[in-house]
Ligand binder design. Structure first.
Ligand code: NAP
Ligand code: SF4
Length: 675
């Protein structure tokens, strides 16, 4: 059966012993859920996604043994109790009509543990622990442990396994001379270097039998110096097929690569041409991956013959019903993953359970629910930024009668500024989503109206989500014509000179620097430009796919200095997994970043600085424009005036410090869940 809107996406995929109903895989994500030990919560998380219609899901990586664990204590299938716990998950998934494969992840030298093992003792730049080189018996043990884990996965009721062979993990480490310096039968020639992954797949197949899915995740572009050539990648793919894999999934870039591969500034479907090159080389289905986040993009990828199936991971945190909504012709209702990493990967790297910026229920399904209300109330929400929008949406979904007041003539609040930054175009989709959902849910919208206390009389509850106002840094001379606030700049209606100083190097200071440094089209919208900016080639042109010339960004439009008072490197407080991208991007464009300065005053000559507590080393930074990005304070003037009505203050109006859309949306949703 085909589907009118997405004929390729909804085409079944015959794997021999089983037929998948569509071409969507929920890719593996490490959410830290398994480490909670709360198996009802884990099963509920996967069951909800199975109900949403995805053809096949892959769990987060399970360790095959102690030495292969990403961290000491990482989850795995080690004993009968583990198997019983996982059986609880697979039963719930199957009860929803879904299918699930378990990923087996051996971290090798990426293990954050003194027990790390690897082909050779080459320390990784992302772990402090030098690995121990395995001897022949040690290698045999790793293969046996992986195969045993595969057999246990079958016992636990999984429909298949995914063997993690990419992203620079253990199996990948054998493939390239960068990490494999061996001279025995496991090193040297490519035939020897690929022996381990091929043997692992062969032994897994022997352990699980024929009627069981084996996905092999194969690094098709390593994005590291001395990575694999395309010829080697194809040779491996053919050998993996011959060894018994059912499907090959695409891995993009090692974790130590200095090229962003999934961040929001990466163009959508930036790497599907790599998988496309493999089409026809093997007879088993190929899955492509990375920055595919709408049914339209997924359909186009399949229609163009880039792959047989698409993998999306984070989009299923944002909306478990992605596939069902696409199938029902309701793509506008899909909560979009904006690829921010703020609540998923950043949490994982902080060893916190993942969730999602746009969907706070993700991984919290058992404790955060939005049941229909028995007592509908008239709810006023003041402010249509992330906090207010989230409240309005959940309250209306539950059946409350919601009126949303917004002083601006459009909804979005700070999201409207974010979406003007080159590289943050995904925020457009988030504002569009809220626009469509508010209309669908019948929320009354009073836009262009600054609500006062009198307007709010008669409501059963008032939610004040009036956001923030810029902090006044009180620098002498800041009232001069050469000083702008970030709001003036990002709204695009203020002239900015060629030489710019930015006061404040937080999230907004970095965004303003990116905005002002930029000229021409956004590389996020033009994949070739983006590839040039980050020095990305292809593995058929150069080993590993890194351009020999290196990164070559479009020169900055202005000369920019980004400043903060505290010492140290600006940008330390940015996202754990994305901060380096912002810093590298600005550095490549020649933006100067300075910490440890005092702002003495501003004059026609520019910004007068000093350093140290005793205000030494006076200097004048000769700039034409100074932009204030000195943080935020709560905007509570309305909240302070409200009396005699149930009032809730949320978002930046509540606490402005370290405010971001993640906290605002979460707070709004949780409040509305209890209204
Ligand atoms: P912020 O991250 O708190 O940064 C404020 C900056 O202003 C700091 O660099 C601070 O550095 C400086 N500052 C504070 N008080 C000052 C004063 N009195 N005089 C001069 N400088 C002062 O705030 P933000 O940049 O406004 O961002 C607000 C929130 O939005 C952040 O929490 C962030 O999470 C979020 N956001 C995130 C992103 C992102 O990329 N993920 C992007 C945009 C916004 P010193 O005190 O050292 O001078
Ligand atoms: Fe996507 Fe951001 Fe949600 Fe992660 S937190 S799933 S990147 S929207």
């Amino acid at each position: 059966m085909t589907h009118d809107l997405y004929p390729h996406l909804f085409q079944p995929l015959d794997l021999g012993h089983v037929t998948l109903p569509n071409r969507v895989l929920m890719g593996s994500m490490h959410t830290c859920l398994e480490e909670t030990g709360d198996w009802d919560r884990i099963a509920t998380y996967f069951a909800e996604r199975a109900r949403g219609g995805v053809a096949l899901m892959v769990t987060g990586g399970m360790a095959p043994n102690e030495e292969g664990a990403v961290l000491p204590g990482s989850a795995g299938l080690f004993d009968a109790q583990d198997i019983a716990n996982h059986r609880g998950v697979t039963d719930r998934v199957h009860a929803e009509g879904g299918r699930i494969a378990m990923q087996i992840l051996h971290a090798g030298r990426y293990a954050y543990s003194p027990k790390a093992v690897a082909p050779s003792p080459v320390k990784s730049p992302i772990s402090p622990f030098p690995p121990t080189a395995l001897d022949t018996a040690g290698i045999e043990k790793q293969i046996a442990d992986i195969a045993t884990t595969a057999a246990r996965a079958r016992e636990a009721g999984y429909d298949g396994i995914e063997v993690m062979g990419s992203e620079g993990y253990f199996l990948n480490q054998f493939l390239v001379t960068h990490t494999n310096k061996r001279t025995d039968e496991w090193g040297g020639s490519y035939q020897n270097r690929m022996r381990l992954p091929v043997e692992v797949v062969r032994r897994c197949r022997a352990a699980v039998g024929k009627d069981f899915i084996i996905i092999y995740r194969l690094s098709m572009i390593d994005l590291i110096p001395n990575g694999s050539t395309w010829e080697e990648v194809v040779t491996l793919a053919k050998a993996i097929e011959a060894a018994g894999a059912s499907i090959i999934n695409t891995g993009i870039g090692w974790h130590e690569a200095r090229v962003p591969t999934i961040a929001t500034s990466v163009p959508r479907r930036a790497f599907t041409h790599v998988t496309q090159r493999m089409m026809g080389e093997v007879g088993i289905p190929l899955i492509t991956s990375n920055r595919i986040n709408t049914p339209e993009v997924a359909e186009a990828v399949l229609a163009e013959g880039c792959a047989d199936m698409v993998s999306m991971a984070r989009p299923f945190l944002a909306d478990p019903a992605f596939v069902a909504k696409a199938k029902a012709g309701q793509a506008a209702r899909i909560a979009p993953c904006i690829a921010c990493n703020q609540a998923c990967l950043d949490h994982t790297f902080e060893m916190k359970v993942s969730t999602c910026l746009v969907n706070p229920r993700a991984c919290h399904e058992t404790e955060l629910q939005y049941p229909p209300t028995d007592t509908p109330r008239r709810v006023a929400v003041v402010g249509a930024g992330p906090a207010g929008l989230s409240t309005a949406l959940v309250a209306a979904e539950r059946g409350h009668d919601v009126t949303l007041f917004e002083a601006d003539t459009q909804i979005g609040g700070q999201l409207n500024m974010a979406r003007r930054i080159p590289g943050k175009e995904e925020f457009h989709g988030l504002v569009d989503y809220y626009t469509a959902e508010l209309a669908r849910l019948g929320v009354t919208q009073q836009l262009g109206m600054r609500a006062g206390a009198a307007d709010l009389a008669g409501f059963d509850a008032v939610v004040v989500a009036t956001g923030v106002q810029p902090r006044d840094p009180q620098i002498p001379g800041q009232d001069g014509p050469n000083v702008l606030s970030y709001i003036d700049v990002l709204r695009g209606d203020a002239p900015v000179g060629q030489r710019v100083a930015i006061i404040g190097a937080g999230g907004i200071g970095f965004d303003v620097a990116e905005f002002l440094a930029h000229q021409g089209e956004s590389p996020t919208e033009v994949p070739d430009l983006w590839a040039q900016e980050w020095g990305v080639s292809t593995p058929w042109e150069v080993r590993g796919g890194l351009a020999e010339a290196g990164p070559d960004p479009v020169p900055a439009a202005r000369q920019i200095t980004l400043l903060q008072r505290k010492g140290g490197k600006p940008g330390k407080g940015l996202g754990k997994t994305t901060g380096w991208i912002h810093r590298s991007s600005l550095r490549m464009k020649g933006v100067t970043m300075r910490g440890g300065v005092n702002y003495e005053r501003i004059s026609d000559a520019g910004l007068h600085l000093s350093t140290g507590e005793d205000r030494q080393n006076p200097e004048v930074l000769e700039v034409d424009t100074i932009v204030l990005c000195a943080g935020q304070l709560p905007e509570r003037s309305l909240a302070d005036r409200l009396e005699g009505v149930e009032t809730h203050v949320i978002g930046g109006a509540d606490v402005a410090t370290e405010l971001d859309a993640k906290r605002a949306i979460n707070q709004g949703a949780r409040l509305a869940a209890g209204l």
